[in-house]
Every structure is written in structure tokens, then in C-alpha cells.
Ligand binder design. Structure first.
Ligand SMILES: [Zn+2]
Length: 201
């Protein structure tokens, strides 16, 4: 079993002040959360630097990813090392994830830039049920959406500042290995947790 924060923005996102170095140092210092997905806005450019820094520490793992802005709301693609082909419609991004064995996740469905109930129209792989920047009420609605769509839930801090990474995490029945982690999420071998609030769906 591992613990991973599945939604983090580095300074490769215009609106984040979390440097790759800060993220790697936080993972190294944490006693149980040893994996994190880098999910910058519309770019995978932060991945190389972050992975290079992380390679100095054998017991931490950077999971590739990206947060794609679609006209209907934000979609995380976990596992992605490159951007999906444009145009970035929900359908194209979901297909891109499926065809490459990545995972499409509806990010923070019930806040700004969230897909809301539109998520029901697509064959997404998972719903983000705890987002560190969402209200407890919005997270509860996301949890209910995942339940009614019979999809796994994921959790991530959506960190944009240095104090935020690893405050929210997903517990995954897998070893510290990207392929195993993606497969386990798809199978729903996950539970979601927040250290900031007492939310345990
Ligand atoms: Zn985000």
C-alpha cells in the first residue's frame, strides 16, 4: 500500500509557487506519503525536472500527469508524459487516456472549472472526490457523483503554494510503481483522505 497526492501544480503552472525542488523535498521528508502526481495546467514540461530531482531519493515516486482545460471543465490525465492531441474536447482527452493506458479523472467537478453533472456523459475512469481547494460540500457532491457513476474516487491537494502539497492523499493498494498505481486506481483499490479536514470517504 502506498499513499499519493494525485493533484499538484509546480511552477510550470502559471499560478503555482511550488518548485519541483520543494515538492521533492516534501516527499522525501514525509513519513508516509511518498508519491505525487505532477499535474500542471495544460503542460507536462515540469515532469523532467521533477523526476530528475526525485531520482536522488530511492523511496519517492513522481507520477506523470497533466490537468487539461477543456471547454466543459478540467480533466486530469494521470500517467500522461505528453499532452493529448488537440482539440481538447472532453471526448478527445478521455480517448487519449484510454488509448494509452492512462487514467482520466474529473477534477473538482463541483467548483469553478469543474464539469459538474456533465461528467455523466463521458466514459471517464475516475472522479476526484477530495480536492484540497474545494469546499467540503463540493467534495461531498463529487463523492456522490463517483458513487452513482460507480467510479473510483481519487484525492489530491491541488497544491498551488508550498504549504499545500501532501495535505490530501489517496491510499492505493499498489507498490511504488507508476503502472501498478494506475492499474490499482482503475480497479478502485483506493481510499481517499484529507489531513486538513476530517473527510474520509
Ligand atoms: Zn489543479
Amino acid at each position: 500500500m502506498i499513499r499519493a497526492d494525485l493533484h499538484i501544480h509546480t511552477t510550470y503552472s502559471d499560478d503555482s509557487t511550488v518548485t519541483p525542488k520543494t515538492l521533492v523535498e516534501k516527499l522525501n521528508a514525509h513519513n508516509s506519503i511518498k508519491a505525487a502526481a505532477v499535474t500542471d495546467h495544460d503542460t507536462v514540461k515540469g515532469l523532467n525536472e521533477t523526476r530528475k530531482l526525485a531520482s536522488a531519493y530511492p523511496d519517492i515516486l513522481i507520477i506523470p500527469g497533466v490537468e487539461i482545460s477543456t471547454p466543459e471543465g478540467d480533466l486530469l490525465v494521470l500517467g500522461a508524459e505528453e499532452n493529448p492531441p488537440k482539440p481538447w474536447t472532453v471526448e478527445n482527452v478521455v480517448d487519449f487516456a484510454r488509448n494509452n493506458d492512462y487514467i482520466s479523472v474529473v477534477a473538482h467537478p463541483y467548483r469553478e472549472y469543474g464539469m459538474g453533472d456533465l461528467a455523466r456523459n463521458y466514459k471517464v475512469d475516475a472522479i476526484e472526490v477530495i480536492n484540497g481547494e474545494s469546499t467540503p460540500q463540493a467534495n461531498k457532491m463529487a463523492h456522490d457523483l463517483a458513487k452513482s457513476m460507480k467510479l473510483p474516487g481519487t484525492a489530491g491537494s491541488d497544491a498551488h503554494s508550498p504549504s499545500e502539497p501532501l495535505t490530501v492523499y489517496t491510499e492505493i493498494q499498489a507498490d511504488l510503481n507508476v503502472d501498478e498505481i494506475l492499474k490499482a486506481i482503475k480497479k478502485g483499490l483506493v481510499t481517499t483522505h484529507s489531513t486538513a479536514r476530517s473527510i474520509h470517504f
